[in-house]
Design a protein around this ligand. Structure first.
Ligand SMILES: Nc1ncnc2c1ncn2[C@@H]1O[C@H](COP(=O)(O)OP(=O)(O)OP(=O)(O)O)[C@@H](O)[C@H]1O
Length: 742
């Protein structure tokens, strides 16, 4: 047992006092004041103790987060084991992952053909104040060749060819089986007019940006379509185009390679590849990193489907030049922020950047690449002081605390990691560019704000607003009330809804990637794995590819298919976050059948094949109308052929099927969470539908009200937010403490 676990146990002993009861479902209970409630917690998979693949056991052994949770809840385990009796008795017949088709080659085609257009899942009215670019794209059936992913026509066969479908009857060897080499880029038959860059278009774009900049006083006012991430990527591209196509700015470096992009061409979508940096120990092959206290590290691949200009000169210097071009073209990188002022660093350096490169003085002395505020002429090192405190580190870099000298305000600074030797320069630049674009584009109270991006001493630094706590640390404190959990969950969902409305999916939602400030406002961080799924004015879904994310939060389709719609993936991960907050443990280690907990969750559905479950498509709308009910995993009928299954549904048995997870959650949220963890992504509830759910609407969440001039926090009335000591408020602090105690 880790010392951290011991510590938490001790803490818990002090705090909890009486042991919580056994297998009964968790119910929120009002305390005396009537304003706060406590939540009792039940083990989901206590019956797995001792079984291979058991989440409880494996997490106990390998994941500190869960081991503490499991230990903290061990009393329930015993109770539950007794009350449920023999574990083997409840065990269903093994679930296979057979292809619905006996021949793999035909399976590919048939699945594509037989997957009807995912119809109504994202429909419905959207009375939201953010424009929805994506709501009209129905959730897609992975690898289907349907209209939703028409741009990918022709790619489905190759997508599936190396998937588990070939291994009829076998477990999905997802890591090795999904050979990213066969993933084909979306086929582009003709250049859409929106990609054709004319001088007029560019000038209009510049003017639009200037107009947007002028309106920056209302950062959270309605977000125009041109403010979408994709549009911003386009702006960057425009900026680059401008430079390359129309000649260099006078006085600027002209040594860069001449453009390979011409007005009529579009940047070729970068072929999805598993970045070498994440290949090794971070593969989701079941191995957890003992050394990492947090949730398993992300498996970031470069967002494969972003139309980021392919860098032909991929060094840091060139990246910088790339950024500078955008600025030198007089374009703000963000629609709601002003271009760096004339007195700002960019301009001041722009005048003497005849040699831009890591070795040049001007480029290594705190250049501001982007700033959301009026920039100072002083270099970064003269404006910020290091505090030495580390907040966390991961695949993308390390995050530290700094203090702004002129007002003593504290910020979090992410220093992007340097390029790994094994990593191609292109991959590296792509990753940084992606985070940069996203960081400078998104504006929402539930998304971390990027204050500036600086190039300093050959490092790229992202200065962000600082939030006092990681949600992970707060959950670890074991002090969260049910209302507080619900508030955090709703805020996460609002953040996700905003992202999706911008045509962007996060793809690495987890507790560690949610931070929370002292006012109880939750913010999503770490866009290193984010992917664009929709471009402005396009109803074409851009599928994502690659195993990206963190094992316990991964949606099953990510481990199964080479291409998938990233929106339902975010929805799934958000549900796992909620389950973790309630249960204080992961429901399973990884969503693969080799994980017994996940296997039991997939069982009891009148179906013997995971492939049939995952490729299920929504019932025709008339079904819902006729029954007047909302389909849930339990109520969704299975094909007649599956009626005589070895895994019959048994709603009474809380050890198998969706109820395995759901019965441990408060009753009011079971239906929604069930729809969020629908095994079939095409049937999974969309974020817009989630926001219309009565339970979600009833949650009293803290929020920020922005009248265009000032932003005011409106706290929830039913709860307060847990605050923990700063020494254990962040992942780095927890790690440090753990090491000290060893
Ligand atoms: N703005 C912030 N305020 C407070 N803490 C932060 C902030 N940004 C990051 N952190 C802390 O730093 C940690 C690492 O940040 P981030 O996830 O961006 O890095 P990463 O290298 O991409 O990590 P990962 O491997 O999980 O993807 C976070 O888990 C969080 O603890």
């Amino acid at each position: 047992m880790s010392s951290l676990t011991k510590l938490l146990q001790e803490k818990r002993k002090n705090e909890v006092g009486a042991a919580v009861s056994g297998a009964a479902p968790v119910r929120p209970q009002m305390d005396n004041s009537g304003s706060h409630s406590t939540t009792t917690v039940t083990m989901v998979d206590s019956s797995d103790e001792g079984e291979p693949g058991s989440v409880g056991r494996s997490l106990e052994a390998q994941v500190n987060f869960s081991s503490s949770f499991i230990n903290a809840n061990s009393a329930h385990t015993a109770t539950m084991q007794e009350s449920t009796g023999s574990l083997t008795r409840d065990k269903p017949a093994p679930l296979s992952i057979e292809s619905p088709h006996t021949d793999a080659s035909t399976a590919t085609t048939t699945i594509g053909q037989s997957s009807p257009q995912a119809a109504s899942s994202s429909g419905g009215g959207h009375n939201r104040n953010v424009p929805s670019l994506s709501c009209s794209i129905p959730y897609s059936v992975p690898n289907s060749n349907n209209g939703a992913s028409s741009s990918n026509t022709g790619s489905a066969a190759s997508s599936v060819s190396s998937s588990w479908l070939e291994h009829s009857g076998l477990m999905p060897h997802n890591v090795s089986a999904i050979d990213s080499n066969v993933i084909s880029s979306p086929k582009v038959d003709a250049v859409e007019p929106r990609f054709v860059i004319t001088k007029q278009k560019f000038q209009k774009s510049s003017m639009d940006n200037a107009a947007n900049a002028a309106q920056h006083a209302a950062p959270n006012s309605s977000i125009s379509r041109s403010g979408s991430i994709s549009s911003q990527l386009g702006n960057l591209f425009f900026a680059k185009q401008q430079k390359d196509t129309y000649g260099s700015t006078p006085g600027k470096d002209v040594t860069g390679p001449s453009s390979s992009y011409h007005g009529s061409s579009i940047p070729k979508p970068v072929r999805a590849r598993r970045s070498s940096l994440y290949n090794g120990s971070r593969q989701p092959s079941g191995s957890y990193q003992d050394s990492f206290i947090g949730s398993p590290s992300s498996l970031h691949e470069n967002p494969p489907n972003q139309f980021i200009p392919r860098s032909r000169h991929s060094s840091i210097a060139d990246l910088k030049r790339f950024f500078k071009k955008g600025q030198s073209a007089g374009m703000s990188m963000s629609p709601n922020t002003p271009p760096v002022s004339a007195g700002g660093n960019i301009s001041s350096h722009a005048s003497n950047t005849s040699s831009i490169g890591p070795s040049s003085h001007s480029s290594t002395n705190g250049d501001t690449i982007y700033s959301s505020a009026h920039s100072s002429t002083l270099p970064y090192s003269k404006r910020y002081a290091k505090t030495g405190e580390s907040l966390g580190a991961g695949a993308g870099g390390s995050v530290k605390l700094v203090r702004r000298l002129h007002d003593n305000k504290v910020f979090a600074v992410k220093e992007f990691r340097t390029k790994f030797e094994s990593e191609s320069k292109r991959d590296y630049v792509k990753k940084i560019t992606s985070e940069y674009c996203i960081g400078t584009t998104l504006r929402h109270p539930n998304i971390i704000e990027t204050v500036e991006i600086v190039y300093d001493n050959n490092r790229i630094l992202q200065v962000m607003e600082y939030c006092d706590y990681d949600l992970f640390a707060i959950v670890m404190s074991n002090k969260m009330s049910y209302e507080e959990i619900s508030c955090c969950f709703k805020q996460i969902l609002i953040g996700v809804q905003y992202l999706h409305s911008m045509g962007l999916a996060h793809r690495d939602l987890k507790l560690d990637n949610c931070v929370i400030n002292r006012d109880g406002i939750v913010k999503l961080i770490d866009f290193g794995a984010a992917a664009v799924f929709s471009y402005p004015f396009s109803k074409t879904l851009v599928e994502s590819s690659g195993i990206v994310g963190s094992d316990p939060y991964l949606a099953p389709e990510v481990c199964i298919f080479t291409k998938y719609d990233p929106r339902p993936v975010d929805v799934w991960s958000a549900a796992i976050i909620f389950a973790c907050m309630i249960l204080k443990k992961f429901p399973w280690k990884i969503p693969k059948l080799k994980d017994n907990s996940f296997k039991l969750f997939c069982s009891g559905r009148n179906c013997d094949s995971l492939s049939a479950l995952v490729t299920r498509t929504p019932e025709p709308p008339s079904y819902d109308k006729a029954t007047g009910s909302t389909p849930t995993p339990e109520t969704t009928p299975v094909p007649a052929a599956q009626a005589s299954s070895n895994n019959p549904a048994d709603p009474e048995n809380t050890n198998i099927g969706p109820q395995r997870l759901l019965h441990s959650l408060p009753e009011e949220c079971q239906s929604l969470i069930g729809r969020m963890v629908d095994l079939a992504p095409a049937c999974r509830i969309s974020i817009d539908q989630i926001m219309e759910d009565p339970w979600i609407q009833s949650i009293d969440a803290c929020c920020v009200v922005d009248d265009g001039v000032t932003a005011k926090v409106v706290p929830g009335k039913t709860h307060t937010h847990t605050q923990v000591d700063q020494s254990e408020a962040h992942i780095a602090g927890l790690e440090k403490k753990k090491k000290k105690q060893k």
